[in-house]
Design a protein around this ligand. Structure first.
Ligand SMILES: [Zn+2]
Ligand SMILES: [Zn+2]
Length: 335
């Protein structure tokens, strides 16, 4: 089969012919239709999570079940079933404290797809059966792929904050995560303020469902946010260290600031802003395959769609290199 592979740490992806992998016990083989390109593919390139080389990356995998390994229930996992695999790569033990608390993603046995085992930049891949999210009938392979990492990250982190429906929420950044966050928050029943730099993105933000647009590169934007109302949550999708304190200032009483992406360096926050307004800063680690399945069902029923540009597998390097200027997600079309 054809695959894009990091042969060594820090190198570019190379297109190679490799044997089709066999599913071991408890794993399935997936015929890949498409795979989304994510910034975190660079974590594989540089071995940030301790992966070995050579390694095929890709953790927004859309495909169909093609072969079952020993011990996989054929009544549940059917050949031809459309499935997705995200960052959560399965293999949770089911016995540890985290598993018993229903936090599969924090189990020590849990693997990351496209990091700890070969991912979706290939015609076939194998994955543990617990990593699979079933895809609703009729979802488009390319448009759905970004929901398997970017989509679940915004949907699952936000729905776990218990913000009252109807509240005002801010979405900072209008890129791969932000353009999905605006749609999800709006469709979940919230009034959305899109927060981005410049005025040229206002039209798109409103088309995606934002009720308001605030240009955060202009002085006075914090007061502008407060004038709209009591903002109960801000999702930082493109955070910088300087945005943390100003976003805390823009939040209303009881407001939550949710970090959806890593900041390049440590940040400062004023404790008086936090204590004086019951405010909090929250981190949230994506979710597991069941969360992904709910993300897909919600997106399918409510017409949440990723805006994408597709590339053939041969051009995956270009898709990854140009990811910084992607409007909004790059997807590799495999089938
Ligand atoms: Zn990702
Ligand atoms: Zn466990």
């Amino acid at each position: 089969m054809k695959a894009a592979i990091f042969k060594q740490k820090g190198g570019d992806l190379e297109i190679v012919e490799v044997p089709v992998p066999e599913p071991k016990q408890g794993w399935v083989r997936i015929k890949v239709h498409s795979c989304g390109v994510c910034h975190s593919d660079n974590a594989c390139k540089y071995g940030n999570f301790g992966n070995s080389f050579p390694r095929i990356p890709g953790h927004e995998v859309f495909g169909e079940i093609e072969k079952l390994g020993e011990g996989v229930d054929p009544n549940y996992f059917k050949i031809g079933q459309l499935v997705g695999v995200g960052w959560f790569g399965g293999n949770h033990c089911g016995k540890c404290r985290e598993c018993l608390n229903d936090q599969w993603i924090f189990c020590k046995e849990t693997l990351i797809c496209g990091i700890h085992y070969d991912g979706g930049y290939a015609e076939y891949m194998v994955a543990p059966s617990d990593s699979l999210a079933f895809v609703p009938e009729g979802m488009n392979a390319e448009e759905t792929a970004p929901l398997l990492c970017a989509g679940i990250t915004v949907f699952n982190s936000f729905r776990n904050q218990n913000i009252k429906v109807g509240s005002l929420v801010g979405v900072q950044g209008l890129g791969g995560l932000g353009h999905l966050a605006i749609q999800f928050c709006k469709k979940m029943g919230y009034e959305v303020i899109a927060m981005s730099s410049g005025d040229q993105k206002e039209k798109l933000a409103k088309e995606l469902g934002a009720a308001h647009y605030v240009n955060i590169s202009k002085d006075g934007w914090i007061d502008q946010m407060k004038a709209i109302g009591s903002v109960q949550c801000i999702l930082l999708t493109a955070p910088s260290s300087s945005i943390v304190q100003s976003s805390l200032d823009a939040l209303g009483v009881n407001g939550k600031l949710v970090l959806l992406a890593l900041l390049p360096e440590p940040f400062n926050a004023n404790s008086l802003t936090l204590i004086g307004g019951n405010k909090s800063i929250v981190g949230w680690a994506s979710g597991d395959s069941r969360d992904t399945e709910q993300t897909l069902n919600f997106a399918n029923k409510n017409q949440v769609k990723a805006m994408i540009k597709t590339f053939p597998l041969e051009n995956v390097n270009e898709a990854l290199l140009k990811i910084a200027d992607a409007r909004f997600r790059h997807v590799v079309k495999v089938l």
